[in-house]
Design a protein. Structure first.
Length: 372
């Protein structure tokens, strides 16, 4: 069997695996976002470094999530089945078992969740990317949706894919390193037709647009990434081997796993230090890296925790609880001339965790952290 014939056969088999759709498949449609703009005093290199990490979570984060269900005060279409919610839980566990430095916990109330998940079949599948989730504050609004059953192989990959977005991953076929040349009109015709019915702006945002190099997960294209779409024959003009279609192998690829472990190091994270009042700690971070510090107050009072140095960071304060780390404050100073600072009343003998991700530093290894 020729390569082209083999790929066509894989596409046909994959189509059959998608429940309830005998023709063209449905795809993840990312919510369109306004690209971040920087002041003129922010250099291109600094802006690029900020964009490379600004959607990534700080190590130590616990992402709580909730699946809307029958009886919730949301549209009935958002309410999912126990079976689909079970696949969502399994998919979070698949990412977590890689030993990464962030955790996931399913909660029983939408107001306790950072990630809120609907199952509206008329709204497609989508998720906000990384820390963009934090901009959706209403507990009765979704940050993720599934538009088809998750109990098929394609549905299971969809769950992994949308969680990948929540972790900070973009669509892999929009990687500028992919070198994809699209048959633009064929792509537009395909996605404007059933069952997607996308507007041309959605097609541009989700397929044809190239993601800035600073925001991609690596220096090469990974056609087997769970973040890669499957494409029918005739949509890709180049590379030539994908003219007959592109079908990822399914599941998390080696590169997916490598990216999440590097971005959120678990056992490979730097040793945790303890903050002491009035003593600064040199962060010793390169751009994109994170570090965590413990802090146990000797008495109850208002404390300030802040960075020092010409740098761009995000600073997060967690309280360590039996149910996991609970974020209680945060500050992002990126793109400004300020330093990150949190002032908050903390309780004697309670266990707190301070997390920092460095986006950019004017001079390497010169940013410090202190509590006072």
């Amino acid at each position: 069997m020729s390569t082209a014939t083999h790929r066509a056969a894989r596409i046909a088999a994959a189509r059959k695996a998608q429940s309830g759709d005998a023709g063209a498949r449905r795809y993840c449609a990312q919510p369109m976002q306004t690209p971040r703009q920087f002041d003129s005093n922010v250099s291109a290199g600094r802006a690029s470094a900020i964009l490379a990490s600004s959607k990534k979570w700080v190590n130590g984060t616990q992402l709580t999530y909730y699946c809307f269900k029958r009886g919730d005060a949301v549209p009935a279409a958002w309410q999912g089945s126990n079976e689909d919610a079970g696949v969502v839980e399994e998919s979070f566990e698949a990412w977590a078992k890689l030993g990464i430095g962030i955790a996931f916990r399913r909660v029983e109330a939408a107001e306790d969740a950072i990630v809120r998940i609907g199952f509206d079949a008329q709204d497609g599948s989508w998720s906000y990317v990384g820390r963009d989730v934090l901009g959706i504050r209403d507990p009765l609004q979704r940050t993720m949706n599934f538009g088809w059953p998750l109990t098929t192989p394609y549905g299971q990959d969809t769950a992994l894919h949308e969680i990948g977005h929540t972790l900070g991953l973009e669509h892999e076929h929009q990687n500028p390193h992919a070198g994809i040349t699209w048959n633009r009109q064929a792509v537009i015709d395909y996605f404007q037709g059933p069952p997607n019915f996308w507007e041309e702006s959605q097609i541009e945002w989700n397929i044809l647009r190239k993601i800035p190099q600073a925001e991609v997960k690596g220096t090469t294209w990974d056609p087997d990434s769970v973040m890669e779409y499957q494409f029918e024959p005739g949509l890709i003009d180049a590379p030539a081997q994908y003219q007959a279609g592109l079908v990822p192998k399914g599941g998390l690829s080696y590169a997916d796993k490598a990216w999440v472990v590097e971005t959120y190091p678990g056992v490979r994270a730097p040793a945790m230090s303890t903050l002491k009042v009035g003593l600064s700690q040199l962060l010793k971070l390169k751009a994109g890296e994170t570090r965590n510090f413990e802090f146990i107050p000797a008495r109850t009072r208002t404390y300030s925790i802040g960075t020092f140095g010409t740098s761009d960071t995000v600073l997060v304060l967690f309280e360590v609880t039996p149910a996991g780390n609970v974020q209680i404050a945060g500050n992002d100073d990126s793109g400004t001339d300020l330093n990150a600072r949190i002032s908050m009343r903390l309780q004697k003998s309670r266990h707190y965790l301070v997390g920092v991700r460095l986006f950019y530093a004017d001079a390497a290894l010169e940013t410090s952290l202190m509590v006072w």
